[in-house]
Design a protein around this ligand. Structure first.
Ligand SMILES: [Zn+2]
Length: 154
């Protein structure tokens, strides 16, 4: 997990929003102090889990946990995703120098896009944490890598 100042500020803001939402909910339950605190903590976690990824996407912040290289199994030390490549980035491993593709989207198991030799990783919910999973890529229909010029005449 790698935090920058932007990540820290956004997470503090998200927990503050969670506390603002959770405090009236905890008070309205009528539980004692201990159970009220537990309700407040649960509401804060739910609010952060729901709002975290939309806010990270809006600000183009990379997820907190760094991906593991599918080639060598080592965790990346750091990376930065420029705004112009969002939401898909090619990441070169600092250990083995091999590339992999990161899809900064959640809920993707199979995706239709340009075929590639690159191993592709996508995010599990909630995306802001950075829990990565491999993705199966299906070639785009009609684009099987053979151009119309290379086809034999009918
Ligand atoms: Zn590697």
């Amino acid at each position: 997990m790698l935090w920058t100042l932007n990540h820290l500020l956004v997470m503090l803001l998200l927990f503050a929003v969670g506390a603002a939402v959770g405090t009236p909910v905890a008070q309205s339950t009528g539980f004692g102090e201990a159970l009220g605190t537990l309700v407040l903590a649960l509401v804060m976690i739910v609010v952060v889990a729901i709002l975290g990824w939309p806010v990270f996407r809006l600000l183009s912040l990379r997820p907190l946990i760094l991906p593991i290289c599918p080639h060598c199994g080592m965790r990346h030390g750091n990376y930065h995703v420029p705004r112009d490549v969002w939401p898909a980035a090619i990441l070169f491993c600092v250990h083995c120098d091999k590339p992999s593709r990161l899809l900064l989207r959640t809920g993707v198991r199979t995706i239709t896009m340009e075929p590639s030799e690159l191993p592709t990783l996508s995010l599990r919910w909630p995306g802001f944490l950075g829990i990565w999973k491999p993705v199966v890529i299906q070639p785009t229909p009609g684009r099987d890598g053979v151009s119309a010029d290379a086809l034999p005449p009918p």
